[in-house]
Design a protein. Structure first.
Length: 136
């Protein structure tokens, strides 16, 4: 009973303070650590978890502009200001970065393959196709 009243008091206090009761999750990956560092600098907050919301930590549109600028410079990405409004936690931003990196790698690989195909003579391409058909 005593523990339950403590929990209720904490929930009430946190709701008054406008803070969520999300459990702190430390950054787990290099990308999350780098994002957390930028979050901390721009928001002037010491401890940032991957599920902490940029706006709940005190962020607003002007700070969001600074954040996106530093993020783009530091991590060599090209996110727009809209990004932080759509994905306002470290976890969401890290996921977006990984997806962007995978898309870039896939695009680069596709470009390399297409360049190799362009370099092939028609006869070489026909021979390769015949070899693939023979294997199947």
């Amino acid at each position: 009973m005593f523990l339950a009243s403590i929990v209720v008091s904490i929930v009430y206090f946190m709701s008054i303070m406008g803070r969520s009761l999300a459990i702190f999750v430390a950054p787990r990956t290099p990308i999350e650590r780098r994002l957390t560092a930028v979050f901390s600098q721009v928001l002037n907050v010491e401890r940032v978890g991957v599920n902490d919301d940029f706006f709940e930590l005190g962020g607003h549109s002007l700070i969001a502009t600074q954040f996106i600028s530093r993020l783009n410079d530091t991590l060599q990405v090209s996110f727009s200001i809209r990004t932080i409004f759509e994905r306002s936690t470290i976890a969401e931003l890290a996921e977006l970065m990984v997806v962007s990196q995978l898309e870039q790698v896939a695009s680069d690989v596709l470009e390399d393959v297409l360049a190799e195909v362009d370099e092939l003579l028609d006869d070489e391409a026909a021979l390769l196709l015949l070899e693939d058909d023979a294997v199947v």
